[in-house]
Design a protein. Sequence first.
Length: 212
Amino acid sequence: MSLIILTKRQEQILSIVHQKGPITGDEIAVSLGLTRATLRPDFTFLTRTGILGAKPRVGYYYDGGGMPDRMTHLLTSLIVQDWMGIPIIINGALSVYDAIVEIFMRDVGSLFITDDAGALCGIISRKDLLKVSISQGEIRSIPISMIMTRMPNLITCSPDETLLSAAQKLQDHQIDSLPVVRRQDDQPGSPMEVVGRITKTTIVKAFVKLGS
């Protein structure tokens, strides 16, 4: 069964309809600061797929009957910043032993490593720590900067991404958690500041919440 992936603007339309529906196209356009003509392709897509219903002189309302997977629609309405947890951040100068203590004391699957300026520079997981503790002798003398996964090989997400997008990254890359980041000066290529984390447990909690 194929999934319907919505654009960010379509997600915004659905959010407005959920909160205020039934609502006219003109009212939705005003809420988004756009024209009705600009939104016409989005309205057409959402009604043809059956996600939204529309009645003359009434407006748009949520239908969902034509959605191949209703849970997919619900997840596209959830935003990372509303679900992200507190990130566990450490400095790369710490030893592997220190990282093992930290990861078990905090009961997390991964630790995020930042440089002295607070920018994300690496990630280390329980699996990474297990491998090095088995193969290496003196883990107290090995800095985690030697074994961490470094930029640009880090998989991240942004606060305004959908939870579905974050879940897809977790699945595609077979990882347990994602650092939620934002650029320190909002310029492409600038250092990334860690503001949260999304884990597989986060996704499970979302499904439980939606199911209840």
